[in-house]
Design a protein around this ligand. Structure first.
Ligand code: SD4
Length: 337
């Protein structure tokens, strides 16, 4: 094949592909989906904006703020500390124009998602970390608040210290569990460490525009300075307003390794449904090392431009919450192992 034929074929292929991908009118909008069952309350907060004709970017920020306000939760200042006993927070936000902002390793600021939004709106940058992120927050009207560990967080941390070995793991939900009260009650597994409550949410507003947000305290008892997938655009969150959006929860390192949410969106661009796109991304992780995958949990959650949504996880136990004009419920994700 000469270059001319190749170019002709490619352009035919591309136009056929783009024809297949051109989004039709969004169905059932507005719509918001969030990771975990705690997403129900997060969706309710986002719906106050979406349901009154507001913008998806405002809705996802409001949803994230609502869970950052909860003290008994693994998100925000009520989150679990790192191995030095310090709570460090990660968050990111992305809108329909591919504007995005993120913070990582942020200490003593109650609403990292709103700092991420300021990074997006006030700076030419995408990600600010550590002291610099805190300094930027303070310059922009946020105030310092100490993270006060709950009794449960203190006990879990002290238990973990006794063991004295550094082995951060994301819990897998298909183990016997116990929970404690509150709307955002973390679920305890294995050694009792709630470790999975990263909030990722994706919304489509009444005009059909997509945005997403993620907020988390990250992996419990991590090395101070460790950053997972959550604040990394393309890993913990990706939005392409032509195609769809995706978010993730679970072992961040595995998600970063495959640029997880970007991959999910690219699979949707190829025509896969949100659920199949999530499944193919999960397979990418599992197929590389099947034995290791048995010890991991990663879940992807996605929505396409038609308002179709779906999720997939490595292990049993990943769920997501959905809210539309006609639906308000929790959906269990399928799983590979
Ligand atoms: C991280 N992905 O820091 C996060 C943890 C998480 O639910 O999702 N927990 O790796």
């Amino acid at each position: 094949m000469n270059r001319k034929q190749f170019l002709k074929l490619s352009s035919l292929g591309l136009s056929a592909l783009s024809f297949k991908q051109v989004p039709t009118a969004a169905v059932n909008k507005p719509i918001v989906i969030s990771t975990w069952d705690s997403g129900m309350a997060v969706n309710a907060a986002a719906w106050k904006i979406l349901g009154t004709g507001g913008k998806s970017v405002d809705a996802v920020e409001a949803g994230a703020i609502s869970i950052e306000n909860e003290i008994n939760c693994c998100v925000g200042l009520g989150g679990y500390p790192d191995r030095d006993g310090i709570v460090t927070l990660d968050a990111c936000i992305m809108d329909e124009h591919a504007n995005c902002g993120a913070v990582a390793g942020l200490e003593q600021i109650k609403h990292p998602i709103s700092v991420a939004r300021k990074v997006m709106e006030l700076t030419p940058h995408v990600l600010l970390v550590g002291n610099g992120a805190q300094q930027f927050a303070l310059e922009n009207g946020f105030t310092k608040e100490p993270a006060v560990l709950s009794k449960e967080a203190t006990d879990a941390y002290n238990n973990w210290l006794k063991e004295g070995k550094y082995k951060p793991v994301i819990n897998i939900e298909n183990q016997p569990k116990k929970t404690f009260g509150g709307p955002f009650a973390p679920t305890f597994f294995n050694d009792g460490t709630p470790n999975h409550d990263t909030m990722g949410l994706v919304a489509m507003d009444a005009t059909g525009n997509l945005s997403g947000a993620v907020t988390t305290s990250g992996m419990a008892f991590k090395i101070h300075g460790r950053v997972g997938d959550s604040p990394v655009i393309g890993a913990g969150l990706f939005v392409d307003n032509e195609v769809g959006a995706a978010t993730s929860s679970g072992t961040g390192e595995e998600v970063i390794r495959i640029c997880g949410t970007h991959l999910v969106v690219e699979f949707m661009r190829q025509g896969y449904s949100p659920e199949m796109a999530c499944k193919k991304a999960v397979e990418r992780i599992v197929n590389r090392d099947k034995a290791k995958a048995k010890t991991l949990q990663v879940g992807f959650l996605a929505m396409n431009k038609k308002g179709e949504h779906g999720a997939y996880a490595i292990q049993k136990g990943f769920v997501y919450s959905i809210k539309t004009n006609t639906e308000n419920r929790i959906i269990a994700a399928k799983h590979l192992i």
